[in-house]
Ligand binder design. Structure first.
Ligand code: PMP
Length: 391
């Protein structure tokens, strides 16, 4: 066979995280690497009951092809959920996607030409960099600090010709940062003035540990934002149901791109999600997820305070699944990872999350899938390793 790959395929590489996850499937490894939600939070009985109801009451449409835009009752539920006093969302603006990852892929396809400028945070979600990269953009990194992206850094030079800016205002992957209200407002003001399209990716927004939420960028400038949501972190990722909310002109193009990609998100899983959430189930369920994650976050923070040497710094997340660690510049976290895996602990090195100029002395720790004793043990192992590196 003569296999001639497209230039695009030749440039593809596997995500560093997926590669690490293969190693971490070994049971002896304490893994802080995955971005997976905790399976303890999966509402198995609820999903079982929903599935049975659907098969008993509407088996034919659930097992049939459906519209590309998605199952209308689910679109209506999503529109209602994201409507606020001042912002009323039309279900026609909602597109159900096969995970929000597909929304990123579709946006890349309809918005990016080779060389197009795409603005991203520093660092940003690796899966978005991967999805957009297929369309060969020129990424421009917007500087960020411990509070997230810095709107003041959006100079006219940087904004010039940008197709869109990709933002993660809530408990960002990989840093766990949440963008403060004043920055959201300033970003909305700058984007509106510049006519800049903002892609707001918000899979973690509901996972604030205190339950208190900040206004979405979408609510601050609805005409300028494509909002991406997902059921992966509040229900289960295996059903692969996410969604986007987009202004009509863009929505139409995204529907066309989705038609070509997969015709539609499975009718069956969309109905399972809808049946599971339609009666307010999430309002009781999400607080349990928040509680579990915030407890595990506390355990990890306490262990880090106890075991990590001076010179290592990290943030205190207010929600979500990640802590971002900055090591002294002499330490390359991918080399550290090899040594950590030899001692049965894994994490994700920070470098792949940077579109430009990787900071190799950073790492992402996820605490949600690891029981408390193993968090303590894993952090102690990492701390001892770091002390040896720095001595
Ligand atoms: N965006 C972000 C920021 C994520 O962290 C993830 C999952 N790790 C996704 C999108 C994709 O999620 P899904 O496709 O499961 O909705």
């Amino acid at each position: 066979m003569r296999l001639i790959l497209s230039q695009r395929a030749q440039k593809l590489s596997s995500s560093a995280i997926r590669e690490i996850l293969k190693v971490t499937e070994r049971p002896e490894i304490i893994s802080f690497a995955g971005g997976l939600p905790s399976p303890e939070t999966f509402p198995v009985e609820r999903i079982r009951a929903s599935t049975e109801t659907i098969l008993n009451t509407a088996p034919m449409p659930a097992l049939q092809y459906g519209p590309t835009e998605g199952y209308m009752p689910l679109r209506e539920w999503i529109a209602a959920r994201h409507s606020t006093g001042s912002l009323q969302i039309d279900p026609a603006d909602v597109l159900v996607t096969t995970g929000s990852q597909q929304a990123l892929d579709l946006l890349g396809k309809v918005l990016i030409d080779p060389g197009s400028r795409v603005l991203v945070e520093t660092p940003t979600y690796l899966g978005a960099l991967q999805a957009f990269s297929l369309s060969e953009p020129a990424f421009a990194s917007v500087p960020s600090d411990e509070n997230g992206v810095q709107p003041e850094m959006l100079t006219p030079d940087l904004l010039n010709g940008a197709r869109f800016m990709y933002c993660l205002p809530n408990f960002q992957n990989p840093t766990g940062r949440r963008l403060p209200l004043a920055r959201r407002e300033r970003l909305a003001q700058i984007a509106t003035e510049a006519g800049l399209l903002v892609v707001e990716d918000d899979p973690y927004g509901a996972l604030s540990y205190t339950g208190e939420a900040l206004p979405s960028l979408h609510s601050l400038m609805p005409g300028n934002v494509v909002y991406l949501g997902s059921f992966s972190k509040v229900l289960t990722p295996g059903l692969r149901v996410g969604y986007l909310i987009a202004p009509q002109a863009l929505h139409r193009k995204l529907v066309q791109a989705k038609q070509a990609a997969d015709l539609h998100t499975p009718s069956f899983t969309q109905r399972i999600v809808h049946e599971s959430v339609k009666d307010g189930f999430l309002d009781g369920h999400i607080p349990k997820i928040r509680q579990l994650y915030s407890q595990r976050c506390e355990v990890m923070l306490a262990a880090m305070r106890e075991h990590f040497p001076k010179g290592v710094t990290w943030n205190r997340p207010e929600g979500g699944m990640f802590i971002w660690v900055t090591l002294p510049t002499s330490v390359d976290s991918s080399q550290l990872l090899e040594k950590a895996i030899a001692e049965h602990v894994a994490f994700v090195p920070g470098a792949p999350f940077f579109a430009n100029e990787p900071q190799k002395n950073t790492m992402r720790l996820s605490f949600v899938t690891v029981p408390p004793e193993r968090i303590q043990h894993g952090v102690a192992v990492l701390g001892a390793l770091l002390k040896r590196e720095l001595s």
